[in-house]
Design a protein around this ligand. Structure first.
Ligand code: HEC
Ligand code: HEC
Length: 376
């Protein structure tokens, strides 16, 4: 089951809330315990305390032997402690048993406070029961082709493709505030209860109160949405399966390869509705909606400047002090503001009176103020 570091990383993310490193086997010897004094026990391995650091990872055994200077090789026990996933084929699933009735009791005590009676969910907590299950169950494949409200509700019974996830999820993640506190038998009992409220059958058999779930029976559970996730990206043929899926245009969109007018009306792509999920999916748009351009409020005098003065004052090519040229305007303003206003009104050299306009004195002053403000 321990094949690659990817898996370790993955399970680290998925069970981030798991603080203990106890494995399912309930093997006491590898539970994490720290000792005071000169030694530290972690994952069943004893480490010396170095420079009064009690963290095992400060002791870099590999580095001291001249290898990589990152970490050290995990011990078999440490791998065992991390390697807690349960695979669809039953790898990682321990032995155990529990009845629906036992599960019901544990559920009332430890789960109903959040997931509500019978797993109906609510108040932001996910429902654990069947939703719109079983009869006429639509797979996600159908959803993609003809999106409608009959699609699978996103709960265990109607959406999850692998039963093994249930056992693993409860064992490593629930109850939410105290993950990894349930015994294997309790998890079997809870799984039995959840399977029963989802009205799923095992080997054609309904799960009544006395039904006792075991590892063997659990592995026979077939999920209605087992083939709902396409393309199947898993396994050695995953890349080919994925390519084949996308090369077959009947699998998505309107079934043809097209770049325009591909949809009648609004395009709806693989939308899953009936579960509230569409509520927070942004509507699909085919136009890019840019935010409205925010126009800077116009400064007083700006319009008149652009209409009547910029023709000479935008650059110095006409011998006029160019707006934006700080140095030139500093010397202009240095003459005293009244003089400058006066020159604008009466004209000076190449500067025609009032810049050749019919603006009033006050309006002209406003324009001059604007020109100065742009040249500081
Ligand atoms: C304190 C609240 C709380 C308690 C108690 C609790 N859960 Fe949960 N449970 C949650 C939350 C929150 C989520 C969703 C977590 C997420 O999506 O990240 C969840 C998710 C789940 C899921 C996955 C549902 C899905 O469709 O994604 C299962 C299964 C589950 N809980 C089972 C249980 C069981 C069994 C118990 C009792 C042993 C339990 N929970 C107790 C809060 C709780
Ligand atoms: C036909 C070109 C022309 C137009 C149009 C024009 N100016 Fe001028 N302006 C000049 C020139 C040339 C000078 C430099 C005069 C000098 O000092 O020799 C000048 C100088 C100025 C000065 C500086 C005066 C000083 O004391 O040095 C101000 C202020 C000014 N113009 C305002 C305006 C305003 C306001 C407008 C528009 C209403 C305007 N100008 C339109 C050519 C123009």
């Amino acid at each position: 089951m321990f094949k690659s570091y990817h898996k370790i990383l993955l399970s680290t993310v998925l069970v981030a809330s798991v603080t203990s490193t106890t494995v399912f086997a309930e093997d006491k010897s590898i539970s994490r315990t720290y000792e005071n004094g000169k030694k530290v026990i972690d994952g069943g391995v004893t480490y010396p305390v170095v420079n009064s650091k009690t963290d095992a990872y400060h002791v870099n055994e590999v580095a001291s032997k001249g290898g990589f200077t990152l970490g050290r090789t995990p011990t078999a026990n440490e791998i065992k402690a991390w390697d807690i996933d349960v695979m669809p084929d039953g790898t990682g699933l321990p032995d155990g048993k529990g009845t629906v009735e036992e599960g019901d009791e544990i559920y009332e005590a430890k789960c109903a406070s959040c997931h509500f009676d019978f797993g109906t969910g609510g108040a932001g907590y996910p429902a654990l029961q069947k939703g719109n299950a079983y009869e006429g169950q639509k797979s996600l494949t159908n959803q993609r082709l003809t999106p409608n409200d009959d699609g699978p509700v996103r709960v265990f019974g109607t959406y999850w493709s692998k039963a093994s996830t249930l056992w693993w999820y409860i064992k490593t993640g629930m109850p939410h505030p105290a993950p990894m506190t349930l015994t294997n038998d309790e998890v079997y009992a809870l799984s039995a209860y959840i399977i029963s409220i989802n009205e799923l059958t095992i080997d054609g058999e309904e799960l009544d109160d006395e039904y006792e779930l075991t590892k063997e029976k659990f592995l026979k559970l077939k999920m209605p949405n087992e083939n709902g996730f396409v393309p199947n990206i898993d396994g050695p043929t995953g890349p080919d399966d994925t390519r084949a899926y996308f090369n077959d245009f009947s699998n998505y969109g309107n079934g043809t390869r097209c770049m325009e007018n591909c949809f009648e009306g609004e395009p709806v792509l693989a939308r899953i509705s009936g579960s509230g999920i569409s509520d927070y999916q942004p509507p699909i748009v085919n136009k890019k909606e840019l935010p409205a351009q925010e126009e800077a409020p116009e400064a007083p005098g700006q319009k008149a400047y652009e209409a009547s003065c910029a023709v000479c004052h935008a650059t110095d090519s006409m011998g006029a002090p160019a707006v934006g040229d700080k140095k030139v305007w500093k010397s202009v303003v240095g003459k005293g503001i009244d003089k400058v206003y006066g020159n604008a009104i009466d004209g000076i050299n190449g500067m025609p009176p009032r810049g050749g306009t019919a603006l009033s004195d006050d309006e002209l002053k406003e324009v001059v103020d604007y020109m100065m403000s742009q040249s500081k």
